[in-house]
Design a protein around this ligand. Structure first.
Ligand SMILES: *Cc1c(COP(=O)(O)O)cnc(C)c1O
Length: 393
C-alpha cells in the first residue's frame, strides 16, 4: 500500500510492508544469510545494480528493507540504513563523512560513546573533534575551522535535556558547507523530524523509543539525499554492522505502537514532572514540558510534545540520589530509555562515566543528575513509587 500521503500512525503500521505470495499480514523474518540467483546473468545484474534482487544479508534482506523503508517515511527522508546498534549507526556516519585531516563539531552533552569513539579512536586516524554547548549558535560558529566537515547535534541532549535549535544549525551548516547530523533517539520521529528542519542525516538508537520494549539493540540512519545514502550505506556494509532479520522483525512490531506509546508516556512524564517540581527534596528539574525549562519555547517550536525523559537533582546531592535509586521498586535501576517500563539511572557514574570529570561538568552533567525515563504504567503507581523512595531519602 502507498502510504506517502497517509497520516503518521497509518505509516507506523503500513509503511515499508510488502505483499508476499502467501498474503502474510506482517512482514515475515527472512532468516537467511544468502539468496539464490536465477542464473549467472541474474547474479551479475544484482552485483552491478541492474537488478535490485537480494545478494547477501549483510548487504540487504527483505525484512530489514521493510524496516528501512518504514523509518525513511516516518522521518520524511530519502531512504533508511538499518544497523546492529545505535553505535553502529553513529560509527557508519562518522566513517562515511570524516577522514584524516577533517574535523567535526559536536554537542558536549552528546551520548557518551558517540564522544568517546571520536576522542579515543577516530583521533588515531587523524580526525579532530571539538565539543561545545550547541544550544548557543556563537559556540558552534567559534568552533568551526577550515577543515570542519560535520556538525553533529543531539536534541534534547542526553542527559542534560538541553535543546538545540535544529533550523538554526541547518543555516550554519549550509553557510559553512557542513553536513548536519542529528541524533533523534530522545524524540523519535513521533516528536521531532530533523530533516524537515534542514538536517542532512538523522540517526537513532532504535533500542530506545522506536522499538520501545527493551528487548533488542539496534540502530538506523535516514538521509535526505541519495548521495549521502550511498556513501553511508557503503560504510555500513563494509564495516559489517548490519541489522539482523530477527532484529528487524522485532522493531517492525515495536514501531507500530510508537504513537500510542509516546502519547501515553509523555502524559505520564508531565504528571511525574509536576510532582517532582514541587517536592521539597527535589533541588532542580529539567523537562521540556515545564515552563522552567530554559529552552521551553524552542522545544515547543521543533517538538510535537515534551517527550518522556526527565532530568532532576535532589537537594541532598549524589548521596541522596543514590538512596532514591536504591529505594524505588517499580522503576528499574537500569541504563537505556524509551521503553514501556519506567527506568532510573545516574549518568555521572553509569552512562557518562567514561568522560572526564572536568568535561562532564562543562557539559552540565553534574554528580547529582538523575535521569528518569517514564514508562506507560499507571501514573499513580509511578508517583507512589517516587513518593515512598523520596520519603526514605
Ligand atoms: C543509546 C543511545 C545511543 C547508542 O545506541 P545503542 O543502540 O546502545 O548502540 C546513541 N544515542 C543516544 C541518544 C542513545 O540514547
Amino acid at each position: 500500500m502507498k502510504t506517502k500521503d497517509k497520516g503518521f500512525n497509518t505509516k507506523l503500521i503500513h509503511a515499508g510492508a510488502f505483499e508476499d505470495e502467501f498474503g502474510s499480514a506482517t512482514v515475515p523474518i527472512y532468516q537467511t544469510s544468502t539468496f539464490k540467483f536465477k542464473n549467472a546473468q541474474h547474479g551479475a545484474d544484482c552485483f552491478s545494480g541492474k537488478s535490485d534482487g537480494y545478494i547477501y544479508t549483510r548487504i540487504g534482506n527483505p525484512t530489514i528493507r521493510a524496516f528501512e523503508q518504514n523509518i525513511a517515511e516516518l522521518e520524511n527522508g530519502y531512504d533508511g540504513i538499518a544497523t546492529s546498534s545505535g553505535m553502529g549507526a553513529i560509527t557508519s556516519v562518522y566513517m562515511a563523512l570524516l577522514g584524516a585531516g577533517s574535523h567535526i563539531v559536536s554537542s558536549d552533552a552528546v551520548y557518551g560513546p558517540a564522544r568517546g569513539i571520536l576522542e579515543q579512536d577516530f583521533s588515531r586516524f587523524g580526525v579532530e573533534a571539538t565539543f561545545v554547548n550547541t544550544t548557543k549558535a556563537e559556540n558552534i560558529i567559534a568552533a568551526i575551522k577550515p577543515n570542519t566537515k560535520v556538525l553533529y547535534i543531539e536534541t534534547p541532549a542526553n542527559p542534560t535535556m538541553d535543546i538545540t535549535d535544529i533550523a538554526l544549525c541547518a543555516d550554519i551548516a549550509k553557510k559553512h558547507n557542513l553536513i548536519l547530523v542529528v541524533d533523534n533517539t530522545f524524540c523519535s520521529p513521533y516528536l521531532q523530524k530533523p530533516l524537515d528542519f534542514g538536517a542532512d542525516v538523522v540517526l537513532h538508537s532504535i533500542t530506545k523509543f522506536i522499538n520501545g520494549h527493551a528487548d533488542i539493540v539496534g540502530g538506523v540512519i535516514v538521509t535526505k539525499t541519495v548521495e549521502l545514502y550511498k556513501k553511508i550505506r557503503h560504510c555500513m556494509v563494509y564495516n559489517g554492522c548490519n541489522m539482523d532479520p530477527t532484529q528487524a522483525f522485532m522493531v517492525l512490531r515495536g514501531v507500530k505502537t510508537l504513537g500510542i506509546r509516546m502519547q501515553r508516556a509523555q502524559e505520564n512524564a508531565m504528571k511525574a514532572a509536576q510532582f517532582l517540581q514541587v517536592h521539597p527534596k527535589v533541588g532542580w528539574i529539567k523537562y521540556p514540558g515545564l515552563e522552567t525549562h530554559p529552552q521551553y519555547a524552542l522545544g515547543k517550536k521543533q517538538m510535537n510534545g515534551p517527550g518522556s525523559m526527565i532530568s532532576f537533582g535532589l537537594k541532598g546531592g549524589f548521596e541522596a540520589g543514590k538512596k532514591l535509586m536504591d529505594n524505588v521498586h517499580l522503576a528499574l535501576l537500569a541504563v537505556s530509555l524509551g521503553g514501556v517500563e519506567t527506568l532510573i539511572q545516574h549518568p555521572a557514574s553509569m552512562t557518562h562515566a567514561a568522560i572526564s570529570k572536568e568535561d562532564k561538568l562543562k557539559a552540565g552533567i553534574t554528580d547529582d543528575l538523575i535521569r528518569f525515563s517514564v514508562g506507560i504504567e499507571d501514573i499513580e503507581d509511578i508517583i507512589d513509587d517516587l513518593k515512598q523512595a523520596l520519603d526514605k531519602v
